[in-house]
Design a protein around this ligand. Structure first.
Ligand SMILES: [Zn+2]
Length: 135
Protein backbone atom coordinates (compact mmCIF):
# COMPACT_ATOMS: atom_id res chain seq x y z
CA UNK A 1 0.00 0.00 0.00
CA UNK A 2 1.31 3.39 -0.91
CA UNK A 3 0.14 6.96 -1.11
CA UNK A 4 3.35 8.06 -2.76
CA UNK A 5 2.85 9.73 -6.12
CA UNK A 6 0.63 8.37 -8.85
CA UNK A 7 2.96 6.01 -10.69
CA UNK A 8 1.77 2.45 -10.72
CA UNK A 9 4.31 -0.38 -10.45
CA UNK A 10 4.23 -2.68 -13.50
CA UNK A 11 3.23 -5.73 -11.46
CA UNK A 12 0.26 -3.88 -9.94
CA UNK A 13 -0.77 -2.46 -13.32
CA UNK A 14 -0.73 -5.94 -14.82
CA UNK A 15 -2.80 -7.27 -11.90
CA UNK A 16 -5.41 -4.51 -12.33
CA UNK A 17 -5.52 -5.03 -16.12
CA UNK A 18 -5.93 -8.80 -15.84
CA UNK A 19 -8.68 -8.47 -13.21
CA UNK A 20 -10.55 -6.16 -15.62
CA UNK A 21 -9.93 -8.55 -18.52
CA UNK A 22 -8.31 -5.62 -20.34
CA UNK A 23 -11.60 -3.72 -20.50
CA UNK A 24 -12.45 -0.33 -19.03
CA UNK A 25 -14.27 -0.95 -15.76
CA UNK A 26 -16.35 2.21 -16.18
CA UNK A 27 -17.63 1.98 -19.78
CA UNK A 28 -16.70 -1.68 -20.42
CA UNK A 29 -14.93 -1.03 -23.71
CA UNK A 30 -12.20 -3.50 -24.60
CA UNK A 31 -8.89 -1.68 -24.87
CA UNK A 32 -8.31 -3.24 -28.30
CA UNK A 33 -11.35 -1.27 -29.56
CA UNK A 34 -9.89 2.13 -28.65
CA UNK A 35 -6.40 1.76 -30.10
CA UNK A 36 -4.99 2.84 -26.74
CA UNK A 37 -4.16 0.78 -23.71
CA UNK A 38 -6.37 1.46 -20.75
CA UNK A 39 -4.86 3.22 -17.76
CA UNK A 40 -4.93 2.56 -14.05
CA UNK A 41 -7.27 4.97 -12.27
CA UNK A 42 -7.22 5.83 -8.60
CA UNK A 43 -10.93 5.59 -7.76
CA UNK A 44 -10.20 8.01 -4.94
CA UNK A 45 -7.61 10.36 -6.36
CA UNK A 46 -4.13 10.57 -4.91
CA UNK A 47 -4.76 14.21 -4.01
CA UNK A 48 -7.61 12.98 -1.80
CA UNK A 49 -5.27 10.45 -0.15
CA UNK A 50 -6.49 7.58 -2.33
CA UNK A 51 -4.41 4.47 -1.92
CA UNK A 52 -2.30 2.82 -4.60
CA UNK A 53 -3.41 -0.74 -3.98
CA UNK A 54 -5.55 -2.96 -6.13
CA UNK A 55 -8.65 -2.54 -3.94
CA UNK A 56 -8.64 1.19 -4.72
CA UNK A 57 -7.72 1.06 -8.40
CA UNK A 58 -9.73 0.55 -11.57
CA UNK A 59 -8.75 -0.10 -15.16
CA UNK A 60 -10.04 2.84 -17.20
CA UNK A 61 -9.95 3.80 -20.86
CA UNK A 62 -8.35 7.10 -21.83
CA UNK A 63 -11.71 8.88 -22.21
CA UNK A 64 -13.15 7.67 -18.92
CA UNK A 65 -9.95 8.47 -17.05
CA UNK A 66 -9.68 11.98 -18.52
CA UNK A 67 -13.35 12.78 -17.99
CA UNK A 68 -13.26 11.52 -14.40
CA UNK A 69 -9.96 13.09 -13.48
CA UNK A 70 -9.58 13.16 -9.72
CA UNK A 71 -13.34 13.62 -9.22
CA UNK A 72 -15.32 11.10 -7.20
CA UNK A 73 -18.79 12.64 -7.47
CA UNK A 74 -20.89 15.25 -9.19
CA UNK A 75 -24.17 17.08 -8.74
CA UNK A 76 -27.47 15.68 -9.92
CA UNK A 77 -28.79 18.77 -11.70
CA UNK A 78 -32.41 17.72 -11.08
CA UNK A 79 -32.12 17.29 -7.30
CA UNK A 80 -29.04 19.40 -6.49
CA UNK A 81 -27.68 16.43 -4.56
CA UNK A 82 -24.02 15.46 -4.56
CA UNK A 83 -23.89 11.94 -5.99
CA UNK A 84 -20.82 9.73 -6.13
CA UNK A 85 -19.66 8.02 -9.30
CA UNK A 86 -19.93 4.32 -9.97
CA UNK A 87 -17.18 2.53 -8.06
CA UNK A 88 -15.99 -0.58 -9.91
CA UNK A 89 -14.66 -2.09 -6.66
CA UNK A 90 -17.89 -1.86 -4.68
CA UNK A 91 -20.72 -1.44 -7.22
CA UNK A 92 -22.23 -3.88 -9.68
CA UNK A 93 -22.23 -2.20 -13.09
CA UNK A 94 -25.59 -3.65 -14.17
CA UNK A 95 -27.28 -2.14 -11.12
CA UNK A 96 -26.54 1.38 -12.39
CA UNK A 97 -26.55 1.04 -16.19
CA UNK A 98 -27.89 -0.96 -19.05
CA UNK A 99 -26.90 -1.04 -22.68
CA UNK A 100 -29.41 -0.18 -25.40
CA UNK A 101 -27.51 -1.08 -28.51
CA UNK A 102 -24.33 0.92 -28.08
CA UNK A 103 -25.86 3.59 -25.80
CA UNK A 104 -25.44 3.46 -22.05
CA UNK A 105 -28.66 4.11 -20.20
CA UNK A 106 -28.34 5.02 -16.53
CA UNK A 107 -30.81 3.31 -14.22
CA UNK A 108 -29.85 5.02 -10.95
CA UNK A 109 -28.73 8.45 -9.79
CA UNK A 110 -25.16 7.10 -9.59
CA UNK A 111 -25.50 5.87 -13.16
CA UNK A 112 -26.86 9.23 -14.26
CA UNK A 113 -24.03 11.38 -12.93
CA UNK A 114 -21.41 8.86 -14.05
CA UNK A 115 -22.85 8.71 -17.58
CA UNK A 116 -22.95 12.50 -17.79
CA UNK A 117 -19.50 13.31 -16.43
CA UNK A 118 -17.75 10.39 -18.14
CA UNK A 119 -19.58 11.33 -21.38
CA UNK A 120 -20.38 7.71 -22.15
CA UNK A 121 -22.74 8.60 -25.01
CA UNK A 122 -20.70 11.22 -26.87
CA UNK A 123 -20.54 10.45 -30.59
CA UNK A 124 -16.84 9.66 -30.35
CA UNK A 125 -17.50 7.14 -27.58
CA UNK A 126 -20.39 5.53 -29.45
CA UNK A 127 -18.25 5.15 -32.56
CA UNK A 128 -15.59 3.38 -30.47
CA UNK A 129 -18.18 0.88 -29.31
CA UNK A 130 -19.45 0.19 -32.82
CA UNK A 131 -17.44 1.78 -35.63
CA UNK A 132 -19.66 0.09 -38.22
CA UNK A 133 -22.74 2.00 -37.12
CA UNK A 134 -21.18 5.27 -38.27
CA UNK A 135 -20.08 4.25 -41.77
ZN1 LIG B 1 -14.10 3.76 -20.36
Amino acid sequence: MSREGSSIPVKLRNEVAARARFCCEYCLIDETQTGLYCEVDHIIGVKHNGLTDSNHLAYACFNCNRNKGSDMASIDWETNEIVRFNNPRSDIWAEHFRLEGIRMVPTTQIGKVTTTIFRFNDLKRLSERDPNSFL
